[in-house]
Each structure stands twice: as structure tokens, then as C-alpha cells.
Design a protein around this ligand. Structure first.
Ligand code: PGA
Length: 250
């Protein structure tokens, strides 16, 4: 079964208008290949980035959305607004949202449904903390987060899973390759148990946490890794380009 691999970049709270110049450099560095490249800039840049990437292989995503389509929610952004601004994807349940804003699995599930309602692909993030990793609770945590964060109508077209060990995000630490393979295999199995084998095979499962040009090839060779969600190394085309190109051979 074939699905398009995905390199997704999460700029987090980084990037002023001048940073859009990275798009030109990224477009130039991307080799032609059958994989998807998505950048999720801060909300202030979504529309400008979507305009700048129109007609290029780069797609744009948001970093979060509210569950409601509109209303009295000061400071929030709806999935419909992101779609209207030109986004095709939205990250939901990133560990920084779960930690900084106390987002629960229930909220993440509602946000995933909101993304679908607006026609966006949801990139649903899950992953264990360092304490949970040390306590060998990773698979348990993953099970709970998957069960709680995913609505019932998951398909390969509407949902991407990003496995991001919290302790690997922004730290330069990465699990052993066989650990990544074990968790991704477990995620695939849970998806199969709940949504059926065909859907499980079609859903892309990304690894995230300190993915760099120097480790991307090794990570992409791990079974059940269908791409990456990249934070720090997505800010510069000179890092993100090689990571996206490393997917081309997989
Ligand atoms: P990092 O972040 O690549 O900077 O570790 C990954 C993420 O938070 O998505």
C-alpha cells in the first residue's frame, strides 16, 4: 500500500514577515519527489505563506485551532479561519499546547473534529513525558492519548498522527531507533484495532523530536515512520530542505 510521506515543519512562536524569504530558499532546495512538504507558521503568517507557496509543492498549516467555528473566544482561531487563510493542515494537541494550556484528550478530539469540519487535515500529536518514559509507561500513555484524542471517523486522508516524545522536543535527544519502531508499530496496531487494517495502513505516522538533517535518514528508515514533524530545524531552509529531501528515497 502506498501513501505519500510527509515532512511537516512547526515554526512555533517564531517568524516575522521577513522569515518568509526562507520559502524561496526551501522551494529551490526541494528535489522533485513524491512526498508532501507542509509548513505551519504562526497564525499571523498563514495567509502570506499560503499566497507565497501557491503553485509550489509546499503546503501550509496552522499550529492549533479552537473547537468552535466562531464565537466569543478572544485570541483563539477557528479551523474555518485557517482554511479561509489558505491552510490545508492543522496541528492539534501538540505537547506545548497540552502543557502550556492544559489541553486534554477530549479537547484535542474536539479540535480534530473541527479541523475535519473545515476540510483540514489534522496532525494529532501524542507522546510521553520524560518521567513516563523512565517509568516505561510509553505504550500505556500512547494508548490513552490515541483513544481519547481521535474521533471515530479517522481516515488516511483526514488525519496524521505525530509521535513526539516530550523529552525529545527541542533537547537534541532522540530515542533509539528500535524504540521509535516499537512505538510506531504499536500506534499502527491500535489504529488497526479501532479503524481496521486498511485505514491503519493509510494513516501517516510521523516521528517528531529533535529531527535534524544529520539523523533524518536513519529515522526515516525505521519501519512505520511515514515522515517527520520538525520544530527548530524547520525554521531554516538549509535544514528543512535536506530533511524533506531525505524522505524522497523512502
Ligand atoms: P523540535 O520540535 O524538532 O525542535 O524538537 C519538534 C516539535 O515540537 O514538533
Amino acid at each position: 500500500m502506498s501513501k505519500r510521506k510527509l515532512a511537516a515543519g512547526n515554526w512555533k512562536m517564531n517568524g516575522l514577515a521577513a522569515a518568509l524569504s526562507e520559502i524561496d530558499a526551501l522551494s529551490q532546495s526541494l528535489q522533485n519527489a513524491d512526498r508532501e512538504v507542509v509548513l505551519c507558521p504562526p497564525a499571523t503568517l498563514v495567509q502570506a505563506m499560503a499566497a507565497k507557496t501557491a503553485g509550489s509543492p509546499i503546503e501550509v498549516g496552522g499550529q492549533d485551532c479552537h473547537a468552535a467555528a466562531s464565537g466569543a473566544h478572544t485570541g483563539d482561531i477557528s479551523a474555518e479561519m485557517l482554511a479561509d487563510a489558505g491552510a490545508r493542515y492543522v496541528i492539534v494537541g501538540h505537547s506545548e499546547r497540552r502543557a502550556d494550556h492544559g489541553e486534554t484528550d477530549d479537547e484535542v478530539r474536539a479540535k480534530t473534529e473541527a479541523a475535519w469540519r473545515a476540510g483540514l487535515v489534522a496532525i494529532v500529536c501524542i507522546g510521553e513525558t520524560e518521567a513516563q518514559y523512565r517509568a516505561k509507561e510509553t505504550l500505556q500513555v500512547i494508548d490513552t492519548q490515541l483513544a481519547g484524542s481521535l474521533p471515530d471517523s479517522v481516515t488516511g486522508a483526514n488525519t496524521v498522527i505525530a509521535y513526539e516524545p516530550v523529552w525529545a522536543i527541542g533537547t537534541g535527544l532522540v530515542p533509539e531507533m528500535d524504540e521509535i519502531g516499537e512505538v510506531h508499530g504499536a500506534i499502527r496496531q491500535r489504529l488497526s484495532d479501532r479503524f481496521g487494517a486498511d485505514t491503519a495502513a493509510a494513516v501517516r505516522i510521523l516521528y517528531g523530536g529533535s529531527v535534524k538533517p544529520g539523523n533524518a535518514t536513519e529515522i526515516f528508515a525505521v519501519p512505520d515512520v511515514d515522515g517527520a514533524l520538525v520544530g527548530g530545524a524547520s525554521l531554516k531552509a538549509s535544514d528543512f530542505g535536506p530533511i524533506a529531501n531525505a524522505l524522497a528515497g523512502h
